[in-house]
Each structure stands twice: as structure tokens, then as C-alpha cells.
Write a protein that binds this ligand. Structure first.
Ligand SMILES: Cc1cc2nc3c(=O)[nH]c(=O)nc-3n(C[C@H](O)[C@H](O)[C@H](O)COP(=O)(O)OP(=O)(O)OC[C@H]3O[C@@H](n4cnc5c(N)ncnc54)[C@H](O)[C@@H]3O)c2cc1C
Length: 498
């Protein structure tokens, strides 16, 4: 079933977020010919705006979301094994707040968290005496006791790109900056009208438009379903590193929500998130001053040194495409996913994705393929559970070894540069650096350790086109380059990318 580049496909997917790219990878690996259409950059929507956790979702236990939590807990180690360069184990400290959830409730939640998801690698829960543990040092003295548990962090936008790359390596046709303007069922297939006047055909269409899923259904595909998405904005702020240890905090707020403070990109702390119903165009989402005050206030309740919005060095906002289950508060709406299949007799099928977390994208893709199996008799079975993503073919605890090997081969790299390259490309880092024997061989240096050779790799192999793609999605070097350096990169890309 696999094809050379063609405009007739088994499967066309609208949406280059984590769910669309995950489905593209899974389908291509089963031998289907796949076309993926993304109107902007890969992960340009919600999938680069998450809290960047592969987590069971401790808070979801309060809403009895056991199916979702069990699946998510198990996925932590599956994804850690598949992509140990971009997924890392992380410990979370939950300070006990005398006025909020009682200790027995937290203990029960953590007991379930430890035992629901088949944990082999990640260490379990423990109690922490914050008067003596370094995790207590940044906290106000009234926080004397706490709990510590495991989840993982992920580079969300690189997870998306690595899925797209794996899909492409398995034959998928990934087209970014190509909006699907129309999709019509004609003679048992989908005829797609593409931005710029192109067209394509597919036997089956997947709508993984994230926050646009209802728009794609109604306006692009002319189909209808009673299912709806509830759009919920979540914002994050990044501040200079607030403390020196390597654990994260999960902080309870008086409104029943929780906020995270997470060590980020060595020199920073990532703080999020909020939950606000959103009614505009997802492309225009941005954090509000009110949200930044809320996040600073949430953290300052716990920290000896309060923070305020003046210290924010970066902010980002995204729209959760949640399945609308009628919950009264945005924070209570389900984080689980549903797949909606529309397959009228003799007409081409359409599968729409409602909801879905970064954490569950691989299982969602498997579930999508299970729903589509009937249309592709003889298709291969599920395969992604034990398959590494590009650059992730090394043991989960061997990041240090991969860094040492890289420095052994490229002696001119600083430890920090090698660490960054391995965290981005894993065992593919030598393919990025090629035959370079010294820094000069890497070509232009755009700022920090970003070289022309790396930018060329990102353009040729990872669909990067603009400085924003490179600095904020393929990497987070936007935190380190100044405006003049970013402008020079932008000029370089304008001159070299067709
Ligand atoms: C604040 C926040 C924090 C979160 N934190 C976490 C977390 O820590 N862990 C976790 O597991 N999950 C988290 N999530 C959830 C997770 O980020 C999302 O559920 C997930 O990224 C959704 O992915 P998606 O592929 O469905 O949507 P998207 O990433 O939005 O992708 C959909 C894509 O479809 C494209 N598209 C739409 N229409 C068209 C068209 N006509 N033609 C071509 N392309 C089109 C869009 O441009 C977009 O790129 C968080 C979400 C938010 C908002």
C-alpha cells in the first residue's frame, strides 16, 4: 500500500499537531500512503503551548477520570523509552497547604497514582520534610510537610516534529503551510482542495484540527456531528530560574486548581497554567495581564521571594480543544478524547478527533487506526509501543553516555552545546553536525550555539521555514538570542528558503 509521492492517498490528515502527526506516523508505519496537511508550521497550534508534561494527571483523579489517568500513567514510560532525548523523568513536590486538600485525600490520590499505571522505571511517592529537604528552601516557612511523586517532562513541539519526521521516513507526505480549504466526497473518495490551488484525493480523511475540529467538519468537509469542542485558553509564563534544585512544584490554589513551577531550559522556571473559556479565533490566543497576575500570585503564595509580572521573560498561550461534556467550569471539562467516525454507505469515511492530550497522542493514534482498520483490510497491526522516535534509539537513562560520545567525536563542542544537541536530536546529533572538525566548519553562528549547519538540518529535515520555527518550536533558543541575532537568522532564512 505504500506509495511514491503521489496525489492519491489511502489517508489524508488535516492538522499537524501532536495528534495529526501521531496518526500519520502510525498509519505510514502500517503501510498506508499518507498525506498530512498543516496550514501553518508543525506544532504551530496547541501542541507547542502545553505545560510540557507527560503525566497521569493527578488532578483528574478528583473527577474520577480513571481510564484517562491509567492510560496516561502507562504512557509515561512508553514515551520515555521511545524518546529519552526529549522526554525526561521529573520529580514533583506538592507542599501540604493546611487550608486546602486534606492529607488523607492527597495520600489516597498518590497511592492510586503509584499503582494504576504499571510503573517500572519511575520512582514512587514519598513524604518530604520541607524543614530539612532542599525542596523546602525556596518555600515559606509555614510549608513544613509535603509529598513527592514522579511524572515526565517533554519538549512538546519536538515531539510533534519527530513524529512527522518518522512518518516521512516511512513514506508519508508532510505538507506544512498548506491549508485544506475544502473536502468533498466524490465517487467514494475524498477530493481535497489545497491552499494555493493544489488538489489531492484520499480514501479516508482524518480531521485532527485541534481547536479547529468543528470548523473543519462544518466548513471544510461539509459534515455534521452533535459533538462539540469546548475551547479553553491556558497561559504560561517563564521567569529567570527561581531555585537551584532540579525538582518541580505542584502548587494548590484556593480556587481548587493547581499550578506548576518547573525547571526550564537550565536558566529558567516555567509557570502555568490557567483555564479560561475562549471564544475567539485560536490563531489570536494570547495571555492577558490578569492571567499573569494570577500565575505570579499562585506561586508567590508559596515562595519566600514573591514574583511579579515585571520579571516575566517569555509568555505563551494555547487553546485546549476539549470535548464539551457540559461541565460547568472549564477546569472540570474532561481531558479525555473521543473519535467520531462518519461513514455513510458508499461514501468516503471521515474520522474526527475531539480532545486528546500530548501524553495520550500515541494511544489516540492507535485507537484511530483501530477505527479505520475496516477500510484497509490486510493493514498491519499496532507497532508504535516499542518503536523509538528518530534519535531516541538509546536506553532511557543513557543521555549522559550519548553526550559523552558526541563530545568524543566533536571535541570542539562545549558540554552545554552537546547537552542541548542531544536533548534535541538524541543519536541523530552526528547527522546534524556531519563532518565538522571545528566550529568554523559549522558555518555561520547565529547566536548562542546555533550554527548554519544546524539550521540547514532543520530546513531540510524538519520543515523549518522561518526564524520563529527555529527559535521557538525546533528549539527554545529564542530565550537566548537577542533581537538583532533573531533578525539576522530571519534574513538568512528569507534568502535561503525558497
Ligand atoms: C495550556 C495548555 C497546557 C497543556 N498541558 C499539557 C500537558 O502538560 N500535557 C499534556 O499531555 N497535554 C497538555 N495539553 C493538551 C495538549 O497540548 C493538546 O491536547 C494537544 O496539543 C492537542 O493537539 P492537536 O494535535 O489535537 O491540536 P493542535 O496542536 O492544535 O493541532 C491542530 C492543527 O490543525 C491545524 N489545522 C486546523 N485547520 C486546518 C486546515 N483546514 N488545514 C490544515 N491544517 C489545519 C492547525 O493549524 C493546528 O496546527 C495542554 C494544553 C494547553 C492549552
Amino acid at each position: 500500500m505504500n506509495s511514491a509521492r503521489t496525489d492519491r492517498f489511502d489517508l489524508a490528515i488535516i492538522g499537524g499537531g501532536v495528534n495529526g502527526c501521531g496518526i500519520a506516523r502510525d498509519a505510514a508505519g502500517r503501510g498506508l500512503s499518507v498525506l498530512l496537511l498543516e496550514q501553518g508550521d508543525l506544532a504551530g497550534g496547541t501542541s507547542s503551548a502545553s505545560t510540557k508534561l507527560i503525566h497521569g494527571g493527578l488532578r483528574y483523579l478528583e473527577h474520577y477520570a480513571f481510564r484517562l489517568v491509567r492510560e496516561s500513567l502507562a504512557e509515561r514510560e512508553v514515551l520515555l523509552r521511545a524518546a529519552p532525548h526529549i522526554v525526561r523523568p521529573l520529580r514533583f513536590v506538592l507542599p501540604h497547604h493546611a487550608g486546602l486538600r486534606p492529607q488523607w485525600m492527597i495520600r489516597l490520590g498518590l497511592f492510586l497514582y503509584d499503582h494504576l499505571g504499571g510503573r517500572e522505571i519511575l520512582p514512587g511517592t514519598r513524604s518530604v520534610d520541607l524543614r530539612h529537604d532542599p525542596a523546602g528552601e525556596p518555600l515559606r516557612p509555614e510549608f513544613t510537610r509535603g509529598f513527592e511523586y514522579s511524572d515526565c517532562s517533554v519538549d512538546d513541539s519536538r515531539l510533534v516534529v519527530l513524529n512527522a519526521r518518522d512518518a516521512a521516513l516511512r513514506g508519508a507526505d508532510i505538507r506544512t503551510r498548506t491549508r485544506c480549504d475544502g473536502a468533498r466526497r466524490v465517487d467514494g473518495v475524498w477530493r481535497l482542495a489545497l491552499e494555493g490551488g493544489g488538489s489531492a484525493q484520499a480514501r479516508v480523511l482524518v480531521n485532527a484540527g485541534g481547536p479547529y475540529v468543528s470548523h473543519v467538519l462544518a466548513e471544510v468537509a461539509g459534515d455534521a456531528t452533535p459533538k462539540r469542542v469546548r475551547l479553553v485558553r491556558g497561559s504560561h509564563i517563564v521567569v529567570p530560574r527561581l531555585y537551584t534544585h532540579d525538582r518541580s512544584y505542584i502548587l494548590q490554589n484556593a480556587d481548587g486548581r493547581v499550578c506548576f513551577a518547573i525547571p526550564y531550559q537550565q536558566d529558567f522556571t516555567l509557570i502555568g497554567t490557567t483555564d479560561e473559556d475562549f471564544h475567539g479565533d485560536p490563531a489570536d490566543v494570547a495571555s492577558t495581564p490578569g492571567e499573569e497576575h494570577y500565575l505570579c500570585g499562585a506561586v508567590s503564595t508559596y515562595l519566600r521571594q514573591p514574583i511579579d509580572p515585571a520579571g516575566v521573560v517569555w509568555r505563551y498561550s494555547g487553546v485546549r480543544p476539549l470535548l464539551d461534556d457540559g461541565a460547568s467550569k472549564a477546569q472540570e471539562a474532561t481531558r479525555d478524547y473521543t473519535l467520531e467516525l462518519s461513514a455513510p454507505a458508499d461514501a468516503a469515511p471521515l474520522l474526527s478527533v475531539f480532545g486528546g492530550k500530548i501524553t495520550t497522542y500515541r494511544r489516540l493514534a492507535e485507537a484511530a487506526m483501530a477505527r479505520l482498520e475496516q477500510f484497509f483490510p490486510g493493514m498491519q497491526g499496532a507497532w508504535t509501543e516499542a518503536a523509538a522516535l528518530p534519535g531516541g534509539d538509546f536506553p532511557w537513562d543513557a543521555v549522559g553516555v550519548v553526550c559523552s560520545e558526541l563530545r568524543g567525536r566533536y571535541g570542539f563542542l562545549s558540554g552545554r552545546a552537546a547537552g542541548r544537541l542531544v536533548a534535541a536530536y538524541g543519536t541523530a546529533a552526528p547527522a546534524v553536525l556531519g563532518d565538522a572538525r571545528n566550529t568554523a566548519d559549522l558555518g555561520l553562528l547565529f547566536g548562542d550555539d546555533l550554527s548554519e549547519r544546524e539550521v540547514e538540518w532543520l530546513v531540510r529535515n524538519e520543515w523549518a521555514r522561518t526564524a520563529h520555527d527555529v527559535l521557538w518550536r525546533r528549539s527554545k533558543l529564542g530565550l537566548r538570542l537577542d533581537a538583532a541575532e533573531a533578525a539576522a537568522l530571519s534574513n538568512y532564512l528569507s534568502a535561503t528558503v525558497e
